[in-house]
Each structure stands twice: as C-alpha cells, then as structure tokens.
Write a protein that binds this ligand. Structure first.
Ligand SMILES: [Zn+2]
Length: 326
C-alpha cells in the first residue's frame, strides 16, 4: 500500500500549474533539487532529472514540453541491491539544455548549476506555492499522520538551496526548521507541527492529503479523549477499591476484638456484607442488603460503623478510612 507521503506526492504531481510563471517556478525547483548536468564522451550535454515516481517524471516532461516546447526522454533504471526502480528524464543537446537552465536561472555565469533561489522566481504567492511543490515533489517526504509525531521535510545536499528553501518557507510564514545530518552530508528543511504541515499541504495544493490528515487528527483527538475518560474512571475505581479495603481492615479488627458482636444489628449486617463482598461499591452493597438500602443509607451506616470503630479501637493518629465512592 502507498504511504501517506506517496499519496501526497501523487496528488501534487497531478496538480498542473495553469500560469506560465508557476510552471517556470515549479520546474526550476525540481531541477535545482534533483537535476544534474552530464557531458557525454561525444561532447553531448545532457540534463538529467531522476525520481522514484513515474508521475513526477511525467510532470517534468509535460512542464518542459508546455513551457519550452522541448521534448525530453524518460528511461527506467533498476539500481542498487534492492532493485529499486528509478525514472530518469533526459534532455539532450547543448543549445536546449543551456536555454532551459538559463531561463530557469539554474545556470550561473560560470556554467555551473546554481542552487540558490532567485527572488524573481518566487515573487508572487502562486509561484512560491509552485516552487515549494516542486521542491517537495523532488526531495520531500511527510510522515503518516497516524504516527505519534508529525514531520515534513525536504532534503538536499546543497547548503545554499537548503538556506533558500528555509528563507522562502519563512517568507510564506511557515514555522520552519533547518538542520544538518552530518553523517550523510544532508541538509533538512522541516516542519514539525501538525498545523504547519496542514498549512503546507493546502498551500501547495495537496487538498486530499490535507483532508486525510485532518480526519486522522480528529480520530486521534477523540481516542485521546476516550483514553482520558477511561483513565479517570480507573482512578475513581482505584479509590473505591482502596476505601473498601480500609473498611474490611477496620471490620476485621472490630471482629478480632469482639466489638463487632456488640454493635447494633444494622451495622453488624453491613459489616458482614462488606466482608463477604469486598470488591463492590457502596451502592452495590445497598442493593445486596435485605431489604435493599439506598446508597446514602449505606453511606450513612458505614460512616457510623467507622466512627464507632474509631472510638472502640482508639485509632487516634491513624487517618480515618475514607468513604469515597463513585
Ligand atoms: Zn505564478
């Protein structure tokens, strides 16, 4: 089954920008994040973009076609021990590649790939959303909302690009973090809060993913509420059991000292009933009495019994048993 991250990306891959400014911004982000420049032996320049997702590759292909009217080729590669499938989009030819990279502001004057984010690309909100969508499609992931903690990140080996994304997301008012994974020489631009992640999903156009996340959050919230109530109930139950055990202890003491037999019959009756049923609540003790007693009547008698016990047994200094009940 697809992960939440894959579903989010599939949705974003389907969202095709309508305006040319946004096409440009999204394409620029994808190429910055996962493009590479190669020079073949026969001096052919190749721009390559790789991804594990066919849908993302299709999108890059369409963006290149619609924006530049330049055809590209997609090939499938199986790499690594795990035989993971990669899609590689290739754009051939020095002239075409140079045109694409220059227009997208990806090529610096020294003919190296530029990794910062030029402000002209992300001047308006629509283009900012498109750029972030492209960067997320290329190198982003988001944890399943079912998990305990929320996390969305965009990974890059390039410090300049990481800083650019960090500033851009700040500009869009996301509560964003930036960190470096030293061992892997990677930079991580990330969001940690559910609200911020929800905001990012809506901003970039992953509306179904946002709704899915909200649904899980509501269910999680309800589950927490139920757990809180159950814990509360259990705590009350604990109190009842403790009170009953204290009552049993006192009654046994009265019995051992021969005091119990001298008490009025209704109190004796209640005492024996409690010894026979140490696990029940006062209300249930009342139901077990003959004739049945109301909870307040049982409460009253039990209090009396414990007060008498205090007098007879001289239990000063010892806290009198509680009569808490649920
Ligand atoms: Zn735009």
């Amino acid at each position: 089954m697809d992960s939440f991250s894959q579903r989010t990306k599939a949705e974003l891959a389907r969202r095709f920008p309508k305006k040319r400014c946004c096409m440009k911004a999204e394409l620029a982000a994808i190429i910055r994040a996962s493009g590479s420049l190669h020079l073949r032996a026969n001096r052919v320049v190749v721009l390559a973009v790789t991804s594990e997702s066919a849908a993302i590759m299709r999108k890059v292909h369409l963006l290149l076609k619609n924006y530049f009217q330049i055809p590209s080729r997609i090939i499938i590669e199986e790499t690594g021990r795990l035989n993971r499938r990669y899609y590689k989009l290739q754009l051939f030819g020095g002239k075409e590649v140079k045109r694409v990279l220059t227009e997208l502001d990806v090529l610096s004057p020294g003919l190296a790939l530029e990794s910062g984010i030029p402000s002209e690309l992300v001047r308006s909100d629509c283009c900012r959303a498109a750029f972030l969508r492209g960067a997320f499609l290329a190198r982003g992931s988001v944890t399943d909302p079912q998990k305990n903690s929320y996390h969305l990140e965009i990974v890059t080996e390039n410090e300049e690009f990481a800083l650019g994304l960090y500033y851009l997301m700040n500009l869009c008012r996301f509560k964003v973090g930036l960190t470096q994974r030293k061992e892997e020489k990677e930079y991580l631009v990330y969001l940690k809060e559910a609200d911020a992640i929800g905001q990012f999903l809506t901003f970039t156009g992953a509306h179904s993913a946002f709704l899915e996340m909200e649904e899980v959050r509501i269910i999680k919230g309800m589950r927490n509420e139920v757990n809180r109530l159950v814990n509360c109930e259990t705590a009350n139950l604990g109190k009842t059991v403790r009170a009953a055990m204290e009552q049993v202890e006192v009654i046994n003491e009265l019995k051992a000292k021969g005091v119990l037999e001298k008490l009025p019959a209704p109190l004796q009756e209640l005492a024996y009933l409690r010894l026979d049923h140490p696990e029940v609540s006062l209300r249930e003790l009342g139901e077990l009495s003959t004739p049945p007693l109301s909870k307040s009547a049982v409460n009253h008698r039990m209090r009396k019994l414990l007060n008498l016990a205090e007098q007879f047994l001289g239990r000063e200094g010892k806290k009198s048993p509680k009569l808490n009940d649920y």
